[in-house]
Design a protein around this ligand. Structure first.
Ligand code: GDP
Length: 424
């Protein structure tokens, strides 16, 4: 059975915890898009970890962790991440890397950094991990595929071709030192030696695993609203964040994805620029940020404070629909116990008209939130294991959200730990 775990919001919904939890019953966990630009925070018996490139199943010795072809593969970063787990006592995980994955190069990071600096105030709020230049090159057909590392002739020819093109921009647009093809080739040789033990024909491996009835998890990064097609373009990421892309980014048939679990956060948070209708500011936002997540809402990769807001049912219903969610998990609900009342954004007012449909970006910029306020439960809900034991107002909040988003909430997460989960 293949299950996708994906974000229904702007990312940071707690997918890492849910994947880590469900990985216990799984054989294979796959990252199918994105790169080291996002982080998943996981708390388990080994400690607290922020994973960036590895899937959140690496802590179990029975699982195989896969970097799919859809990922932006930063090879030295991956090596460091593996080593950092081992250094902290985690058993060496079994990792496979698709021979069709493409390699994120140091010049992608350089271009990302130079471009954000050039755009200055109009920048996209990139994490400067090189993701946008990486995917641009992939689709411009000047990326390096892992398989190409093992063919010297291709490598040499391409290294020269890439330098020729990149150097025009480095010299004339960004005023940076030029790339040297011989140095680039050296870097690629180093990458080849590092990655060789992990390389695998992943789609063939998965076809066999599916035939054998293995349990497979596809782990998404970010969320629906950061998808380049269906999200808040252009303030989006550079690879699809949707479950449907899991089929492409892992190399499996789309009809094999039977369960699409959308992770929904009990309030809103976002990083980077872009319209955020239910955003809150000042002391109200500071308090939610301080109490949020596990130790505050600050980026796992960048440490940047996240933008905060009330639950946005318009965005989340759309987020679940565009994911094709078969079920939802509501996370970080425990954080909201301090509030007297909880505003939920149930509509957008755009040019005087209220809608429940999530609009395209130009209209989104004009949207004002329409709130319904629900009474708070004013107590700690961590430690509760049965749905019936949750305070009535808390259940009302969950059931109100469930109705608004049109997706059954099958699990409620009431703490960052692996076992802090309530099944319905
Ligand atoms: P991801 O990118 O979707 O995996 O999300 P992140 O890991 O960036 O953010 C989720 C944060 O919330 C992490 O710090 C988690 O440890 C924490 N977290 C996840 N679920 C819960 C929960 O139910 N309650 C609390 N308090 N924290 C949670």
């Amino acid at each position: 059975m293949v299950r996708a775990i994906v974000g229904a919001n702007w990312g940071d919904e707690g997918k890492g915890k849910i994947t880590d939890m469900l990985a216990k019953e799984s054989d294979i966990i796959i990252r199918f898009q994105g790169g080291s630009n996002a982080g998943h925070t996981i708390i388990n018996e080994y400690g607290k970890f922020a994973l960036h490139l590895l899937p959140s199943g690496v802590f179990y010795s029975h699982t195989t962790s896969i970097i799919g072809n859809g990922v932006a593969l930063n090879i030295p970063y991956l090596m460091d991440e593996i080593q950092s787990l081992i250094d902290r006592g985690v058993p060496r995980p079994r990792i496979l890397v698709s021979d069709r994955a493409q390699i994120l190069m140091p010049y992608h990071v350089l271009f990302d950094t130079c471009e954000e600096a050039r755009l200055a105030g109009k920048s996209f709020g990139s994490t400067k991990s090189g993701i946008a230049p990486f995917y641009s090159d992939k689709y411009a057909k000047i990326g390096f595929q892992v398989s190409e590392l093992f063919d010297e002739e291709t490598l040499k020819e391409k290294a020269e071709r890439v330098c020729e093109l990149k150097n025009v921009m480095l010299e004339h647009l960004y005023h940076q030192p030029k790339l040297d093809p011989a140095e680039l080739l050296d870097t690629l040789h180093g990458y080849r030696d590092m990655i060789a033990p992990y390389v695998c024909d992943v789609s063939a491996y998965l076809a066999e695993a599916i035939k054998e009835g293995k349990n497979i998890l596809l782990e998404g990064q970010l969320g629906s609203l950061k998808d380049p097609d269906h999200g808040i373009y252009p303030m989006v990421t550079s690879s699809s964040t949707l479950a449907a892309f899991g089929a492409i980014g892992a190399g499996i048939p789309p009809y094999e994805i039977k369960n699409i679990t959308a992770v929904v956060k009990a309030y809103s948070s976002a990083v980077g620029a872009g319209a955020f209708v239910s955003e809150i500011f000042g002391a109200e936002a500071d308090e939610l940020r301080r109490r949020g997540g596990d130790g505050g809402e600050f980026g796992a990769t960048t440490g940047r404070p996240r933008r905060m807001g009330w639950f946005d049912a318009v965005a989340t219903r759309y987020g679940c629909r565009i994911q094709g969610a078969t079920e939802a998990v509501l996370t970080v609900l425990d954080v909201l116990g301090y509030l007297d009342e909880l505003p939920v954004c149930v509509g957008y007012e755009i040019d005087g008209v209220v809608t429940k449909d999530f609009p395209t970006t130009v209209k989104l910029e004009k949207a004002k939130p329409v709130y319904v306020k629900l009474p708070g439960w004013k107590c700690e809900i961590r430690g509760i294991q049965k749905y019936e034991d949750l305070p009535e107002n808390c259940r009302n909040y969950i059931e109100f959200i469930e109705k608004e988003i049109g997706t059954p909430i099958k699990m409620v997460s009431n703490g960052p730990g692996r076992d802090e989960i309530i099944y319905r």
